[in-house]
Design a protein around this ligand. Structure first.
Ligand SMILES: [Zn+2]
Length: 120
């Protein structure tokens, strides 16, 4: 169970920052910008999610009244709470890791293409 913090008890200000795109949140004090999501093609065997496209990552600018804005990055791809709130340095670290990951994925893809040549 989530620990109730002092900020949870604060009355919502009712004033959204200019980047807030959340609607109907008059009774809570958490603001959110437009989210982005990384979705990948479904598993070709249909083993996972019946082969439907799969959400991997989700991110949005967020803040609770009285706290600094952060980027919430959700590793479950759906803002369900499997993530972390990041400041600029934290986002920079994630971006560096994503670039390295993309480079390694490209290398892996090239290897796959090499060993499956003729299957495609
Ligand atoms: Zn808002």
């Amino acid at each position: 169970m989530r620990k109730i913090q002092a900020a949870d008890m604060a009355a919502p200000s009712g004033v959204c920052p200019p980047w807030c795109t959340a609607i109907n949140h008059l009774n809570d004090d958490v603001h959110q910008g437009a989210p982005i999501q990384l979705t990948v093609p479904g598993d070709e065997t249909g083993t996972y999610d019946d082969g439907e496209p799969y959400a991997l990552l989700w991110a949005a600018l967020v803040c609770r009244d009285g706290q600094p804005p952060r980027i919430y990055l959700d590793a479950l791809g759906d803002a369900s709470g499997g993530g972390t709130r990041l400041d600029v340095a934290g986002v920079d670290a994630v971006l560096a890791d994503l670039r390295l990951y993309a480079d390694r994925l490209q290398q892996m893809r090239n290897h796959l293409a090499q060993i499956t040549e003729g299957e495609q």
